[in-house]
Design a protein around this ligand. Structure first.
Ligand SMILES: *Cc1c(COP(=O)(O)O)cnc(C)c1O
Length: 383
């Protein structure tokens, strides 16, 4: 049962009943057999959800998506390395800043807010500059833009650059194939499509990425060091005792439950569910008269321009109708749009999705927005 008000932002998201139950327990020891068993299960299921192979390395560390990004920046890049960032919004900007602080020579290819970067432009930049690594955001949460990760990973391999993808608003919802696409790092956080409360940074590293860490001249900060965590995660994978820094012993068993739901449904079915829900939500919002900010829309989030007559005041009016959506985030266009998240457990709940469409429409209308709520609901219902 989702909560009231319904949380329809791009993370944290509504969680399933089973995940909720798993989080409502007394803390376990990090050496308890049950905890080690759950940790091993979670690591195994990560490989399935990421579409990784046996030689890829899953990491689960207390923290958020930002920590996973910084771990990638500091484990793969030495000061002086040239790197290329495919920058589609706020999280691309964040990656650029982290890489600059690491002392990298940061090149960027970008686009206007709401647009993706053409692959041809990325290919040119890669062949011209031969960077050590390429960084991109799978779904930019600030604009709802999705990039072509398969294409970017392939281009990076053409020039033997590492490819690192921020999947924080995508992993577990958008199609991703770690092994067959040849991506080197795919990172996320627990509070997005993975479907947990906030608190875990999750990533998968390829053997090539591990080699790049081993070849580094300037080691990363100790708490971010992949090589400090690797033996711990390998030990947990065997259900052995291990300690470096205490893992979140409540969230990790909940992670095993959450990933278990995805694995049981089948990851292809999970991806298909998100695609069909996104199409249905966009269809309803479009029929209502709303326009998408994103010209390459994601399946996890929809960014919508405020209609004539409405603005940020509508957020409170929508919340009064039982649904929490998010305001704009991209600094250049922040006041022109709002964002609706549709990922995780809630995408199985047609009633909650319909309530979202209705609350958004009624809330917009309450502040004077020009929308046709009935047309939006009719489109949602398929009539
Ligand atoms: C939410 C998000 C982050 C940051 O994750 P935190 O857990 O808030 O640190 C990074 N990248 C993207 C694409 C995100 O959506």
């Amino acid at each position: 049962m989702p909560s009231t008000p319904l949380l329809m932002i791009p993370g944290p998201i509504e969680i399933s009943d089973a995940v909720f139950a798993a989080t409502c327990v007394r803390p376990a020891s990090h050496l308890a057999p049950g905890f080690k068993h759950a940790f091993a299960g979670a690591l195994r299921k990560m490989r399935t959800v990421w579409r990784a192979s046996a030689d890829h390395h899953p990491f689960v560390v207390a923290g958020g998506g930002t920590l996973a990004m910084e771990a990638a920046a500091t484990n793969l890049v030495d000061p002086g390395h040239t790197v290329l960032v495919v920058n589609t919004g706020v999280f691309g900007d964040r990656m650029v800043e982290m890489l600059r602080r690491r002392g990298a020579n940061v090149l960027q290819v970008g686009a206007e807010p709401g647009h993706t970067v053409p692959l041809a432009e990325v290919r040119n930049a890669l062949h011209e500059h031969r960077p050590h690594a390429l960084f991109a955001t799978h779904v930019d949460t600030s604009t709802g833009v999705r990039v072509d990760v398969a294409g970017l990973a392939g281009l990076a391999r053409e020039v033997e650059a590492l490819s690192i993808f921020d999947g924080v608003c995508a992993t577990g919802a958008e199609v991703f194939e770690m092994a067959s696409w040849g991506a080197d790092v795919y990172l996320t956080a627990s509070q997005k499509a993975i479907g947990l409360p906030a608190g875990l940074a999750l990533w998968m590293a390829s053997p090539r990425a591990l080699e790049a860490r081993r070849a580094l001249n300037s080691p990363p900060p100790m708490t971010l060091d992949w090589l400090a965590w690797l033996p711990i995660l390998e030990a947990y994978g065997r259900e052995d005792d291990a300690y470096f820094s205490t893992p979140p012993t409540t969230l990790i068993p909940a992670l095993d439950v959450s990933l278990g739901e995805l694995v049981e449904e089948g990851i292809d079915a999970v991806f298909a569910r998100h695609a069909s829900v996104a199409a249905r939500m966009r269809g309803a919002f479009g029929a209502m008269g709303l326009q998408s900010l994103s010209h390459a829309p994601a399946n996890t989030i929809t960014a919508l321009l405020w209609p004539n007559g409405a603005d940020g005041r509508a957020l409170a009016a929508i919340r009064d109708r039982g649904v929490i959506v998010a305001g704009g985030l991209h600094p250049v266009v922040r006041s022109t749009y709002f964002r609706v998240g549709h990922m995780g457990a809630v995408t199985r709940d047609v009633d909650a999705l319909r309530r979202t469409v209705e609350a958004v429409g009624e809330g917009l209308r309450a502040v004077g927005g020009e929308v046709d709520v009935a047309a939006g609901l009719a489109a949602f219902d398929g009539v």
